[in-house]
Design a protein around this ligand. Structure first.
Ligand SMILES: Cc1cc2nc3c(=O)[nH]c(=O)nc-3n(C[C@H](O)[C@H](O)[C@H](O)COP(=O)(O)OP(=O)(O)OC[C@H]3O[C@@H](n4cnc5c(N)ncnc54)[C@H](O)[C@@H]3O)c2cc1C
Length: 291
């Protein structure tokens, strides 16, 4: 398993800014990013220092080039789960596991709208990770609720274990779905447990299965790292941008208003310097140096 001093989740302004300074501090750094985030959707930015009148995607490319030229590893993958393991963290991205000594959450504001009844069934028939939980349904029937084309690969993996029913939550091209996977009509509305089965209600009716895999391009914070403290829907952060879990920091839009690129860059910097101090302290403690 690959191990890093720092794993940054999100490859937008905050994540790239953190990665640049992390490399200056000589931290081995992995940036995992699912897509282009808010900056990728921004036609023109006029208030980012040093780059007047810049297109969001161009600025993003400069930031990513800068981070990788400093030696950060940038990998495109959706992070599904961050698990505290002792004082390290295991990060599940796509189908791969990475280990980090510290983590920066820089996932922007992507909100996940869950189906009615979904949250209560997580771990009790509802899963977000085919690789993690697919085996539990070997020989049974699973329902895939899919938001984009990337769900097809996961559904194909599940079809090697179980009968797969596929319902779209958002429109996407499913021409590559193999015949063995049955695509159902209807828009997903709610989930409920009935005996051992999970029942999905759509606007076309009901369908039941042994398990449900909800495959979206974003993951709700409560699923990604349920151990972290939130108040309302805001992360609880200290002045170093550390969350309630030592070694886990947040930066950028995810850390709150103002939702601005320059603020995200600044917070990436604050969070990574705090993470570097945390790592120095941690390694001093592990070799028995008292401060
Ligand atoms: C239309 C529009 C116009 C704007 N105009 C301006 C402007 O003029 N000036 C200004 O300063 N700001 C502007 N903003 C805001 C600015 O774009 C954001 O403040 C800034 O991009 C925030 O940076 P960030 O790194 O926090 O998040 P983002 O840029 O949103 O990056 C988030 C990153 O996290 C990734 N991610 C999310 N979930 C996961 C996951 N589970 N696993 C892996 N990766 C994940 C995303 O794929 C992305 O790479 C605008 C925003 C929009 C939408």
């Amino acid at each position: 398993m690959n191990e890093y001093d720092l794993i940054i989740i999100g490859g937008g302004v905050a994540g790239c800014s953190a990665a640049i300074t992390a490399r200056q501090r000589n931290l081995t750094t992995l940036v995992l990013y699912a897509g282009d985030g808010a900056l990728g959707k921004t036609k023109l930015i006029d208030n980012y220092p040093g780059f007047p009148h810049v297109a969001g995607p161009d600025l993003l490319q400069h930031l990513r080039n800068h981070a990788s030229s400093m030696g950060a590893e940038l990998t495109r993958a959706l992070v599904r789960r961050v698990m505290p393991l002792g004082d390290n963290f295991s990060v599940l991205a796509g189908n791969d596991l990475f280990m980090g000594k510290s983590v920066i959450l820089a996932m922007g504001t992507a909100r996940v709208r869950m189906l009615e009844g979904e949250e209560e069934l997580v771990g009790q028939g509802v899963s977000y990770c085919a690789t993690c939980d697919g085996m539990f349904y070997r020989g049974g029937t699973v329902l895939v609720i899919a938001s984009d084309h990337e769900a097809i690969e996961e559904a194909m993996y599940l079809s090697t274990l179980a009968k797969v029913l596929y319902v779209k939550e958002r429109p996407h091209d499913t021409s590559e779905l193999p015949e063995a996977i049955t695509q159902l009509p209807g828009n997903p509305l709610s989930l409920k447990a009935v005996g051992e089965q999970i029942v999905l209600t759509t606007n076309e009716g009901e369908v039941s299965a042994d398990g449900v895999f909800v495959l979206r391009p974003a993951v709700a914070m409560t699923q990604l790292i349920p151990e972290v403290e939130v108040q309302g829907n805001k992360l609880v952060l200290d002045s170093d941008l550390m969350t309630s879990i030592p070694g886990v920091y947040a930066a950028g839009d995810i850390a709150g208003a103002p939702l601005q690129a320059a603020k995200a860059a600044g917070e990436g910097n604050i969070a990574v310097l705090a993470a570097a101090r945390y790592l120095t302290k941690k390694s001093a403690t592990s070799i028995g140096v008292s401060s």
